[in-house]
Design a binder for this molecule. Structure first.
Ligand SMILES: N[C@@H](CCC[C@H](N)C(=O)O)C(=O)O
Length: 293
């Protein structure tokens, strides 16, 4: 191991995969350079990942203290997309992050784990293989439109801390890459006035009562095999369409739970009667090592 080498770990939640960089005192990585994030995430020349999770104490990182109180959340997830850009939130990432904290003995077992993010503090509970995060209140911001080539769809604008456009396929359309959604090798079209900082776009196929399937093109990472905030946005938009949204005028009488199938696995999303979104599914750390990248 040379002096430039530093530790990393690799983990994923339903195959949404991340490089974790422990930097507890915030002295090792400073403000992560986007080019270095891209090198780490490169699937041929790097470690490979949809994003990077820097593991830093909230108290040790000035940017973290703008979003989270160190007294409330000891740890901060400094998230970057694979192109090096920042995002406010990553739902699968925060579940992998909690798994890592627990495995390393950095948090007490059997207790809720608060983690600071750029979208505020999220609380995670671990029950064996299942990791559940309370994503807080979704924001429903109206209707918009997305496009892939000549095909276009009406979409629902949902903010889960980060921006999403959820498009339901028409009857007879499928998510198969041979269909109108295609292989998603480039960014879908969207309204730049609605999303000046870009957007994560979800395409949804209904599978039955309380059950949907989706594919996602993520801002800053391209098509991924899963997106936690995307699955939450999809469940919220589906509940809205089904008349199951909580609260006055929403029509819902209690919790609305959806099974969301993604290429990399299945997540269970509940929009609670008191207007919080809970996301559950597996999250694991699969490797550790050192790198000089
Ligand atoms: N995969 C993530 C979302 C990551 C951030 C997103 N690409 C953005 O730019 O907002 C998830 O699991 O939520």
């Amino acid at each position: 191991m040379s002096e430039q080498d530093y530790p990393f770990l690799k983990g994923h939640g339903t195959e949404n995969d991340f490089v974790l960089l422990p930097d507890h005192d915030g002295t090792r990585h400073g403000d992560l350079d986007p080019a270095r994030v891209a090198r780490l995430c490169d699937r041929r020349a790097g470690i490979g990942g949809d994003g990077v999770l820097r593991v830093v104490r909230t108290a040790a990182y000035a940017a973290a203290r703008e979003h989270a109180d160190p007294a409330e959340a000891e740890w901060f997830m400094d998230y970057r997309n694979s192109d090096g850009s920042l995002s406010e939130m990553c739902g699968n990432g925060v579940r992998v992050f909690a798994r890592h904290l627990l495995e390393e003995g950095l948090v007490a077992p059997g207790r809720p784990i608060p983690v600071g993010t750029r979208a505020g503090v999220k609380v995670i509970e671990v029950d064996g293989d299942r990791i559940t995060v309370d994503m807080g209140r979704p924001r429903l911001l109206g209707d918009t439109e997305v496009a892939v080539g000549p095909a276009h769809w009406a979409a629902t604008h949902v903010d889960m801390g980060n921006p999403h456009a959820v498009a339901f396929l028409a009857d007879g359309q499928t998510l198969d890459p041979s269909g109108p959604v295609g292989p998603l090798t480039s960014e879908p079209g969207f309204d730049a006035e609605v999303y000046p900082h870009g957007v994560n776009v979800e395409f949804v196929e209904r599978r039955g009562a309380g059950h949907v399937a989706m594919r996602v093109h993520e801002r800053g990472s391209g098509e991924t095999r899963s997106c936690g905030t995307g699955a939450c946005a999809v469940a919220v938009a589906t509940a809205l369409a089904d008349g199951r949204a909580p609260g006055e005028g929403g029509g819902g009488a209690g919790d609305a739970t959806y099974r969301v199938d993604l290429p990399g696995g299945t997540l269970e999303i509940t929009w609670t009667a008191d207007d919080r979104v809970l996301m559950s599914g597996p999250a694991v750390v699969v490797a550790r090592g050192t790198t000089a990248l």
